[in-house]
Design a protein around this ligand. Structure first.
Ligand SMILES: *Cc1c(COP(=O)(O)O)cnc(C)c1O
Length: 386
């Protein structure tokens, strides 16, 4: 079905930060299949893990204990401070689990119509519940009736959340992205997550973080919440967790622990031996190669280069970044730039109409960042000349 409008290019192989098309042209990948292939293409550790597990066992179902799943859960909890994990096959499904947890939490408190606060400009997925949680009319239009039980607040506005706390007795949770990805790499003020944590404590709400795009070291920390020294009650992951092998996760700690009991939730594929073995190799590689640190260094370098080279351009409104979540907002819609960059052998994305979104591999080196900046600046110049 025509759910996408693909660009006129197809890739046959990849190596590190580069993808090769059918004619042998090499493209610098500054998008990672939308924040997925953070270890680049054909990373030896991931390829080895895929081979190893393919030769052993792919799937047994959750009707049996899955050792690889337990190992991955332990490793994720160890690095995140969370306590329990439910494994899904995508980000939307991880968020579905989070939404179900919040509702269970509410019903345990005898709140019959539990409400979750979600943000304007957010993105949480394409299933009925997650598109209802999403703060973008384009994602929802035509799919009404939406799932009820959500109320919306402006992003990065703690006063608006306090006002809801005063007026709505049915709130049980806040679901928020530490940085809004699809919404345009919107980075909140320092202290925002801490203030949400406080509000959730004061009102006995679950603090639920959607780290599907920000997680797995992209922000410069393994998880973006670690910048604020807080612990969420629920966190969702997907995208880079499997470096291209489909896997999502919903993690719980504190008052979100043990809400699900046998029979409450499930997934046939979720957490199978294959994806968990691969995801564990992804996590270990992120840690062993200290790629969170590289995300910090290369993110700084990239934004500095772009600041320098684009400062004369008055169409550029702002360049912002957290780790290797990098955005350049222009004063006009710039979707056309994706094709111009493609002609310059650079893969980028435009989101929220006028925001160039860069999500390069976390393995990117200094020289590749220079190439990225060169090709992007050239593309923006060509866009301006049109
Ligand atoms: C991509 C994304 C999702 C949805 O993940 P899927 O795997 O496409 O279902 C949810 N939340 C955020 C923040 C995302 O970036």
């Amino acid at each position: 079905m025509h759910t996408y409008r693909p660009l006129p290019v197809s890739f046959s192989q990849g190596e590190g930060c580069y993808l090769q098309d059918q004619h042998g042209n090499q493209y610098l990948d500054a998008l990672c299949g939308i924040s997925v292939t953070s270890l680049g293409h054909n990373h030896p550790a991931v390829t080895r893990a895929i081979h190893e597990q393919a030769e052993r066992l792919l799937h047994t179902s959750n009707l049996y204990h899955i050792e690889n799943q337990a190992r991955l859960a332990d490793a994720l909890c160890q690095t995140s401070g969370m306590e329990q994990v439910f494994f899904s096959n995508s980000g939307a499904e991880a968020n579905e689990a989070a939404i179900k947890l919040a509702r269970l939490f509410g019903h345990q408190k005898n709140i019959d119509n539990p409400v979750i606060i979600v943000m304007q400009g957010s993105f949480h997925g394409r299933t009925m519940a997650t598109l209802s949680a999403t703060g973008n009319r384009k994602v929802q239009a035509g799919f009404e009736p939406l799932v009820s039980g959500f109320t919306r607040a402006p992003y990065n506005d703690i006063e608006a959340l306090r006002a809801i706390a005063q007026n709505n007795r049915n709130v049980v949770a806040i679901l928020v992205e530490p940085v809004q990805g699809e919404g345009g790499i919107n980075i909140p003020d320092p202290g925002y997550l801490q203030a949400i944590r406080q509000l959730c404590d004061d009102n006995d709400w679950l603090m639920m973080l959607d780290e599907i795009q920000t997680g797995m070291a992209r922000s410069g920390k393994m998880f973006a919440f670690q910048y604020e020294g807080i612990q969420p009650d629920v966190m969702t992951l997907a995208k880079a967790l499997g470096n291209g092998v489909p896997i999502g996760a919903c993690l719980a700690s504190g008052k979100a622990v043990d809400l699900f009991q046998p029979g409450n939730h499930g997934s046939t594929f979720g957490g199978n031996p294959f994806v968990c073995h691969v995801a564990l190799s992804v996590l270990h590689t992120l840690q062993n190669e200290q790629l969170a640190n590289n995300a910090v260094a290369r993110g700084k370098q990239l934004s500095r280069l772009l600041q320098q080279q684009l400062q004369q351009d008055d169409r550029v409104l702002e360049i912002r970044h957290l780790g290797l979540l990098v955005a350049i907002s222009l004063d006009r819609p710039c979707g056309e730039l994706v094709r111009i960059a493609l002609d310059n052998r650079l893969l980028i994305n435009v989101t929220a109409d006028n925001v160039i979104r860069l999500l390069p591999p976390l393995i990117i080196d200094e020289q590749q960042v220079e190439t990225l900046a060169e090709r992007l600046v050239l593309s923006i110049q060509q866009f301006n000349e049109q």
